[in-house]
Design a protein around this ligand. Sequence first.
Ligand code: NAD
Length: 488
Amino acid sequence: MALVLIGFMGAGKSTLARRLAELRGRAPIDGDALLVERFGHSVAREFELHGEQAFRAAEEEVMCGVLEGAGARDVIALGGGSVLSARVRTALTEHTTALIEVAPEVAWERVHRDGSERPLARDRDAFEALYVQRRSLYEQVADAHLLWAESASGEYPVLVGRGLLGGERLAAVWPFDRLASRPFCVTDETVGELYGGQLGGLTKTIAIPPGESAKTLASADRVWRELAQAGMTRADHLVALGGGVVGDLAGFCAATYQRGVPVVHVPTTLVAMVDSAYGGKTGVDLPDAKNYVGAYHQPAVVLVDPDMLATLAPAELAAGWVEVLKTALIAGGELWERVSQTTGCEVNESTILDCAATKLAIVAEDERDAGDRQVLNLGHTVGHAIETATGYARYRHGEAVGLGLLAALRLSRQEHLRAQVRELLIERDLPVTFDGAPVEALLGAIARDKKRVGDRVPFVLVQAPGEVSHGSEVAEGDVRAAVEELMR
Ligand code: NAD
């Protein structure tokens, strides 16, 4: 079972197939290049000489031949129109198909920029009509969606698809040859029990107790030592199977064990699927402050199977939904409309993708939090302080961030939006008031926030959904008032 990239012309199938294949140490199989080789001239010339029908017949034959001969770790870029053939669609069922989405205007711009003559990209209206017509076919055959994450220190694929992590598909999407690089897994006791077996043939699994209170240096010490005792080397890789706690801890251990080994993230909570698995921030909490010790370490790949959310407790799903809300506030536009207008906490694959894409776009510009990445901390200054001041046990991370969003909107003087967000939290049984620590403890924890510069803590403020700024100085009295308001 190979990994087959599909999508409209200009989506980047050939480029990403090449990069994915490189990561696997093999050559990509490029459907379009094989066709050009067979014709002995360009696709445009073939259209002129023999017409589209003859081209489609040749395309079907070549693509079916490729799909029949492909092996488990091959990466194939399929010709954009190949999915029109029922024979090709049937052949695809033997493989794992990943769709690369591209907006029509981006596709148009790219196919004209690269200078290649595409017979179906001459007229803009016809191009857009073709886009609409093919879109549902792509969706119909896609097993997953592929996003490509880029940042100053590296790039990696993100695959999101239901049932992606079971049976034969695993070999098609796993970035490493397990005979050459052995998988060592960090998970928590709950998740390990539920999904450890699904990842098949793990060399060693270390299961920490579930929950935030295990995101400590003591847990990291345990992981490092157990990996050393099990003989993990730098040729091997770590797998983070779990929510944000496991992802942060395992990522930190991967960043530091023998000065760095690759990490595969398999997020299992909504928090992790929409947020924490991407961007390479890893670390542990100190009793004094949250995420105080850590490192940046980008994943080798993020593999998301939204079916895993089926076993998540409703309260955990609701807490995760707060990160969806936060991301929608940052993104604004269509994502904000969708998230603020739906009921409940169920999130479909396209919302997971949109949240991931929002975060990845921000991280691509500022991996190390020097500027715009700080907007992702919206609601987190007060949120983290709530977690620290209550000993990481009273509020789930997402619940604390929900309260932090209310404080940030108060500091932003956005009363209408604050009231709307408050309603959205109440509808989902999420807390909108805080108890469990005195106001001074909370203010003390805010003052220790790791974003502090000199004696001030910069805040992320919201002007409107989609308009978020970072680095704002806020008067101490205003912070106190925003925190006291949460206690009423
Ligand atoms: P978590 O990892 O503690 O998971 C919550 C609970 O759900 C745990 O009890 C776990 O055992 C259980 N669970 C996980 N997956 C399950 C499944 N599929 N079925 C049943 N139970 C399941 O918490 P979280 O909310 O995922 O993550 C919170 C952490 O993420 C915080 O430490 C936060 O700081 C961190 N975080 C990091 C980043 C980042 O960029 N690195 C971003 C956001 C949050």
